[in-house]
Ligand binder design. Structure first.
Ligand code: GDP
Length: 193
């Protein structure tokens, strides 16, 4: 998809603040520092539209981006930050749960994982959580440029096995550094619109 416009429309913490349109929506989730902002920026051809907003102490919001006036990306705060308090974690969990269970126009969750390592416990929990609500998941295995090409398949296999990956979901090999997987990611997203 050729992105001609991409703007943040709102940072929401509760349903009353979600945009009132019925455009297809894709939520982006991943542990802090996995490369989620870089993925968003790469897909939107922006250097710094999405920023790492997952540092503890910062307001945890769902950031809605309107793209080409036809779809929304919803950037979900990163998880797995060791220093986050139990209370903060609860608020985060509630916010995500409310969003996932109430948002009819949500077409799929894009779960970003790091190709270099087996998905973390939190990644596995997140994948299972989304599957529990029967929402399609697009798993993006990023930082592929950090792994030799000959080992990609082996690492993708570990990602599938660790997540207990549902074959009806899509898995996209990606690199924000080289742009690998960008076209594939967009075509998968468009297949859910
Ligand atoms: P976020 O916290 O998930 O939003 O992560 P960021 O997008 O801020 O990325 C965290 C770090 O990983 C930054 O230093 C990025 O430059 C780096 N990074 C992200 N994606 C890639 C990638 O595909 N390849 C490489 N080599 N580095 C990446």
């Amino acid at each position: 998809m050729k992105v001609t416009s991409a703007d943040i429309v709102i940072s929401a913490v509760k349903p009353e603040q979600y945009p009132e349109t019925h455009l297809p929506e894709f939520a982006l989730a991943g542990r802090s520092n996995v490369g989620k902002s870089s993925f968003i920026n790469k897909l939107l051809n922006r250097k710094n539209l999405a920023r790492t907003s997952s540092k503890p102490g910062k307001t945890q919001t769902l950031n809605f981006y309107l793209i080409n006036e036809v779809l929304h990306f919803v950037d979900v705060p990163g998880y797995g930050y060791a220093k986050v308090s139990k209370r903060e974690r609860e608020i985060w969990g509630k916010m995500i749960e409310t969003y996932l269970t109430s948002r009819e126009q949500l077409k799929a969750v894009i779960l970003i994982v790091d190709l270099r390592h087996p998905p973390s416990k939190d990644d596995v929990t997140m994948y299972g959580f989304v599957k529990h609500y029967e929402i399609p998941v697009i798993v993006v295995a990023t930082k592929a440029d950090k792994i030799p090409k000959g080992k990609w398949d082996k690492h993708l296999k570990v990602v599938r096995e660790t997540l207990d990956f549902d074959p009806s979901d899509q898995l996209v090999l990606f690199s924000s550094e080289t742009g690998l997987g960008k076209e594939k990611a967009w075509s998968v997203i468009q297949s859910y619109m």
